[in-house]
Each structure stands twice: as structure tokens, then as C-alpha cells.
Design a protein around this ligand. Structure first.
Ligand SMILES: Nc1nc2c(ncn2[C@@H]2O[C@H](COP(=O)(O)OP(=O)(O)OP(=O)(O)O)[C@@H](O)[C@H]2O)c(=O)[nH]1
Ligand SMILES: [Mg+2]
Length: 436
């Protein structure tokens, strides 16, 4: 169901629908066969997640894309026939369509035509639960629609609801550009407010912890399952794409005492729409703010390497590549031992686990602990005796080597992690770098 309230347009609690779709892909010279197959398989899963069944897949090889309709006129006719025969009501393109191409194809085929970006946006619209998620999805949708605001709305409205018309799609013609721009401004300022609120929350949430860890990875890699296994968080897990949209943080006990804050967040996908990444800034900030990243991947999946590269691409886009990172190969219970071994032999710190059987989890926690132990700094703190509660916090959080009283001050020789030191910065009088 699409609701339009105070010009706010977003889908809420739409019942699952079942649509028959045809999947189309243009293959240009030089494209890798396996990657094309993988990308098509993923589109089928995306379609299924959105509520459509792909009845047939049609691929066209062409030296160059057709500017008007991406694929050639003959292929368009062939698809139109298939639409009639299969009674399909949706044609999905595993490519980005320009506004003109989308509009021409829709006219020629007489059914809804959606590209990969629109399909992903639709799933995000279905999945958004919190205010933050809904705001971010709406912003991405409006930004996508704005340059496409000519004519296609009529066709969308005529073709009825369902996949791709959720969110503001079918309302396009009634809401002119000016109104949309105003709404975009409003969403941006609301999101700024949400981000500020998130920052305050983050501070409170992470107080005293040795540090924060973000679970990052391809959609369906098992990030939420891993958070649950590490912290008994009870987060929603589903064998569909983009089960998680909103970040969840939980404290996790480390083997030698102390706690890390682990944050689970939205999954990535290849060709993730740039606008969506930009719109999800508040959510993705959780990754930028983390002290350590766990790059979670599904080692039982054939396309795991490509998935990891797609994740690295997004990390680059959000400026998080310089963060310390541990590669976590998940689902080892479903993978063959050789491929796991091969992954672990690659350069960089890595770890193999199963969120389901819990194999390797203890080792992963040890690695996290070791990272923060190595990242500790030995400092001298001078704390006024009236603030003795701060001194007890140092004992609670880190290691204290020596304590002395000088005048009205307690002087502590202690070792703390960088995030812990953050809130005690004002009391640090001396630092011994690199002492573990
Ligand atoms: N066999 C096996 N399945 C797993 C493992 N971890 C997760 N899964 C399954 O993989 C699917 C996806 O798990 P999630 O934890 O929802 O994955 P996610 O990375 O949070 O996915 P998104 O939130 O959609 O990005 C679910 O069906 C899980 O049960 C594992 O270690 N082994
Ligand atoms: Mg998840």
C-alpha cells in the first residue's frame, strides 16, 4: 500500500504479492560469462525477495547498447511476445536503464519495466521499519525519480501497483519537481537530526567498551546471524536479500574480560545504486565510526570473491578502506574445506567461522580482543580526588600499573584502548606510545 500523507510517500506493510516477471540482460563483448550468470541469479533472488517469480530469462549479445531501448528492436518484439504468452506483468532489466530507455521499453512492452536500481529501491521500501530507514529510502527514491520526472508517471499509473510502484512512483505527475525538491530538503534536514541523535546514542552505547566493531558484508553473508551468535542479540535473520536495513548494536563479552560493541548493519550488493549509498549516510556512519571492521562473507557461495570486491568498492565509496579489517569467512559448515583453506591463505588477517555451528567463534573473539589489546596505549592520568569515580572507571576498563597521590590528585599509570581514552582525554598528562 502506498500512503501519501503530508506529501510523505512511502510503502508500509504491503502484503506479499506474486507477480510473473521476465528477466532481460544485455551482454556486451568482454563480459565474463560466470559474472553474467551470477548477476542474473542475483536478479532472480532480488525479484523473489520483492515478490516476483522470474518465468523466463532472455539474454542479448550486442557490440554496443541500443541508445533508444538498450536491446535491439527484434529482441524487444520477442520479449513482447513472451510477455503475452507467459502473462507476465513485469520486465526486469539487469542493467541500468536511462529514463528514455525505460519509457520507450515500457511503451513497447505494455507492462512495467524496472531496472536493477528500481528493484533494489523497491525492496528497501518494503524493508524499511524505523524512521531513519524510511527517511533514507524515501530520499533515495525521490533522488532517483527527480531526473526521470517526464511522462513515465502516466504509464506507471496506468499499469497499476505492485513492484516498482511502491514509494512515490505512481504519484510522480501529481507532485511536481518543486514539491519533490522541498521534500528532499526536508528529508535531508530530518536525517541530519537523526545523525546527531545517533552520535549521542553511540557515545552512550560505547562507553567503557574496549572498542566498537562493525559487521560489514554482502547481503545474506550472515552478518545478523553472527551478531546473534556472538551476543545472543535475537536480531531478525532471513534467507532473503536485505533482511537488515537498520543498524543494531550489542555488547559482546570478550574471553579475557572487557566488552566490545558489535554493530550489525545493512548489507551491500554489486552495483549498489550510488544514490542509495549517499542516502544511507546516517546508517553507514556506523561503519565509519567503528574502530575495527569485520568483513563478513559467505565462503560457501560461488561468487564470494566478487562479493568481497563489491563490498570493498562500497567501503571505498564511504571512505572506510583505511580502517583495520579482519576478513571473516562465514558458513564454513556449508563450504568445502579446500576453498576455506585457500581463502585463509590469502594475505591479510582472516578467520573462518560458522554462525550456525559456532565453529571458529571463540577464535574470532580472541582476535578481536587481541586487536584491542594491541591498540592499547599506556598513559599517565591525573584525576582530581573529587572525581574518584573516574579513577574507578579506569580500573574497570583497563589495566592499572601504579597509583599515587599527589596533592589533591590521583595519579594513575594505566593502559587503555583509544575509544576508552577518548572520554578521559582531559586527564591524560603523559603518553607512552606503543606499549602493550
Ligand atoms: N549454513 C549456514 N547458514 C548461515 C550461516 N550464517 C547465516 N546463515 C544463513 O544465511 C542466511 C542469511 O543470514 P543473515 O544473518 O540474515 O545474513 P545478513 O548478512 O544479515 O543478511 P542481510 O541482512 O540481508 O544483509 C540465513 O538463512 C541464515 O540462516 C552459517 O554459518 N552457516
Ligand atoms: Mg542482516
Amino acid at each position: 500500500m502506498i500512503v501519501a500523507e503530508n506529501s510523505k510517500l512511502i510503502t508500509i506493510d504491503r502484503p506479499p504479492i506474486s507477480e510473473t516477471a521476465i528477466l532481460v540482460r544485455l551482454v556486451v563483448p568482454g563480459e565474463d560469462h560466470d559474472e553474467v550468470e551470477e548477476s542474473l541469479a542475483e536478479m532472480r533472488r532480488l525479484a523473489w525477495t520483492a515478490g516476483a517469480e522470474v518465468a523466463c530469462t532472455m539474454v542479448q549479445r550486442r557490440a554496443v547498447p541500443c541508445p533508444a531501448t538498450l536491446i535491439g528492436a527484434g529482441k524487444v518484439e520477442q520479449i513482447a511476445r513472451a510477455v503475452g504468452e507467459l502473462e507476465a506483468i513485469l520486465v526486469l532489466f539487469d542493467s541500468e536503464l536511462s529514463p528514455t530507455q525505460g519509457s520507450k521499453l515500457q511503451k513497447a512492452l505494455g507492462v512495467k519495466v524496472l531496472d536493477r536500481t528500481q528493484l533494489i529501491l523497491d525492496i528497501f521500501a518494503q524493508r524499511a521499519r524505523t524512521n531513519e530507514g524510511k527517511h533514507q529510502v524515501e530520499l533515495a527514491q525521490l533522488q532517483y525519480i527527480l531526473p526521470r520526472l517526464t511522462g513515465r508517471g502516466v504509464e506507471m499509473a496506468r499499469l497499476g501497483g505492485g513492484i516498482g510502484t511502491r514509494g512515490p512512483g505512481e504519484q510522480k505527475l501529481e507532485v511536481d519537481r518543486r514539491v519533490i525538491r522541498k521534500r528532499i530538503d526536508r528529508l535531508r534536514s530530518d536525517l541530519d537530526e537523526i545523525r546527531r541523535h545517533r552520535q549521542t546514542q553511540r557515545k552512550r552505547r560505547t562507553e567503557g567498551a574496549v572498542g566498537t566493531v562493525a559487521l560489514v558484508g554482502y547481503t545474506n553473508a550472515g552478518k545478523s546471524s553472527l551478531l546473534n551468535a556472538m551476543t545472543q542479540a535475537g536480531v531478525f535473520v532471513e534467507d532473503k536479500l536485505f533482511a537488515t536495513l537498520d543498524p543494531t548494536s550489542r555488547r559482546c563479552d570478550l574471553p579475557g574480560g572487557g566488552q566490545a560493541v558489535i554493530t550489525d548493519t545493512v548489507g551491500f550488493i554489486r552495483k549498489l545504486p550510488h544514490g542509495l549509498v549517499a542516502a544511507f549516510r546516517a546508517t553507514l556512519e556506523e561503519v565509519n565510526e567503528a574502530d575495527l571492521i569485520l568483513l563478513v562473507s559467505d565462503v560457501s557461495h560461488e561468487g564470494v570473491d566478487e562479493q568481497v570486491s563489491a563490498v570493498m568498492g562500497v567501503l571505498e565509496e564511504i571512505g572506510a578502506t583505511s580502517k583495520p579489517l579482519i576478513r571473516v569467512y562465514n558458513k564454513i559448515d556449508a563450504a568445502d574445506d579446500d576453498s576455506v583453506r585457500e581463502k585463509l591463505n590469502q594475505p591479510g588477517e582472516s578467520c573462518a567461522v560458522s554462525a550456525v555451528t559456532r565453529e571458529g567463534l571463540a577464535e574470532l573473539l580472541k582476535r578481536i580482543e587481541a586487536y584491542f589489546a594491541n591498540a592499547r596505549t599506556r598513559v599517565t592520568l591525573r584525576i582530581p580526588q573529587q572525581e574518584a569515580n573516574l579513577a574507578s572507571r579506569v580500573y574497570e576498563w583497563g589495566r592499572v600499573f601504579d597509583r599515587a597521590y599527589e596533592g589533591n590528585d590521583i595519579v594513575l599509570d594505566a593502559e587503555l584502548s583509544a575509544p576508552q581514552l577518548g572520554s578521559l582525554k582531559a586527564y591524560v598528562v603523559d603518553t607512552v606510545d606503543g606499549v602493550a
